[in-house]
Design a protein around this ligand. Sequence first.
Ligand SMILES: Cc1cc2nc3c(=O)[nH]c(=O)nc-3n(C[C@H](O)[C@H](O)[C@H](O)COP(=O)(O)OP(=O)(O)OC[C@H]3O[C@@H](n4cnc5c(N)ncnc54)[C@H](O)[C@@H]3O)c2cc1C
Length: 418
Amino acid sequence: MDHRHDVAVIGAGMVGVSTAIALARHGADVVLIDRRAPGRETSFGNAGVIQREGVHPYLFPRSLSKLLAYALNRRTEAHYHLSSLPAVAPFLWRYFRASHPDKARRTYDANIPLFAGCLAAHDDLATEAGVRDLITRKGWLRVFRSDAALRAVSDELAELEGLGLSVSMPDAEALAKLEPHLKTDRLAGIVHYEDPWTCSDPGALTSAYGGLFARLGGHIIERHVTGLRRNGNGWRVETDRGPVAAETAVLTAGPWSKALLDPLGLKLPMGIKRGYHRHHAPAGNGYLTRTIVDDEHGFVLAPMARGVRLTSGAEFARHDARPTPVQLERAMPRARALFDLGESVDGKPWMGARPVFPDMLPVMGAAPGLPGLWLNFGHGHQGFTLGPVAGRLVAAMMTGDTPAFDPAPYRAERFATR
Ligand SMILES: Cc1cc2nc3c(=O)[nH]c(=O)nc-3n(C[C@H](O)[C@H](O)[C@H](O)COP(=O)(O)OP(=O)(O)OC[C@H]3O[C@@H](n4cnc5c(N)ncnc54)[C@H](O)[C@@H]3O)c2cc1C
């Protein structure tokens, strides 16, 4: 066994590398363990939006007509595997209940301080890692196909303005200047969220933050973690190539976190929402400079280094079930109606899984009943955005610093756990 580190961070996605950096900056001897190089899983394949505006949670639909449409399984924004239903139904039921307007309001309130610092925290890391050029600071555009859909978000937009964020509704002339190749003739309107940032290569950004961690003196080891065990007053991380000892451990394994935590007797109600992406070359000389989001149909067109990345909505299925990227196919005609997409430049679609809790808040803090183990996972649709903020928050709690905001809403104890 190696020498005993101060901290073992398990999982090198955006959340893990950011946590490892925050701890290393505090002077801790940190080892970051992942079976792959940093940023090769969920933090690689997302839509790359650093969602400063993302305070309103993604809710489970509550209208009967929408529920019936979902049940038919022909929608673009959500899809499920019938064979996985027994496995995912308990999570879906909790998600449905947590989407009650009163409970959703609590999530919104808890999101406000969480998202407030996301741009500054990324800027800090991207600057020190020397990769500010991977980030574009122009906001993103949300398209609406009906006046009713547009009206339905007016309260949300007013709330964002109340938080000091800028949202505008560019007219045709302004749009032609912002995105000359976006086809807007059949749309009811477009909202420009001006504050958020976008990343042209999320995997490269996460990997560069991993490089920064190494430059700060952190250790990165590529091993498959098979289990976690209390070891005297510390922790022993079992891996396929021998154990790693540390005084404390932080679990940042994204969608795999539950599988590593359950055997310790701490069963948290985390689920997953699978998602896909595929890149396309633009047809002809067209280009996009901003990410385009069609929420009604649950897809995103994100201009990236490799091409225009088309990402899908949520798929409810067992994590290990075979990939079924039907949502990408369903989105294609609507995506092409917005922008002239050429052929795909990828062999087959990428698949990942958003780690989600029913209340759409992450778990960040000490693991109840497991002294020295810390949890930082379940950042859902916005873990790429929140990684740096989440890393700082958990590192502050671990090192006895005053957290930048109250961590109480994110405690694991909000669920009946053991
Ligand atoms: C289609 C899609 C679009 C998205 N778009 C956005 C977006 O625009 N903006 C945004 O903010 N978020 C977005 N997200 C969500 C975001 O990608 C995730 O919330 C975030 O990447 C989670 O980061 P993480 O570090 O927790 O997990 P990961 O990036 O998955 O990292 C977990 C790491 O743990 C490692 N690991 C797991 N188990 C083991 C083990 N046993 N041994 C060793 N290593 C292990 C894995 O190899 C992996 O590297 C999107 C997600 C999807 C699927």
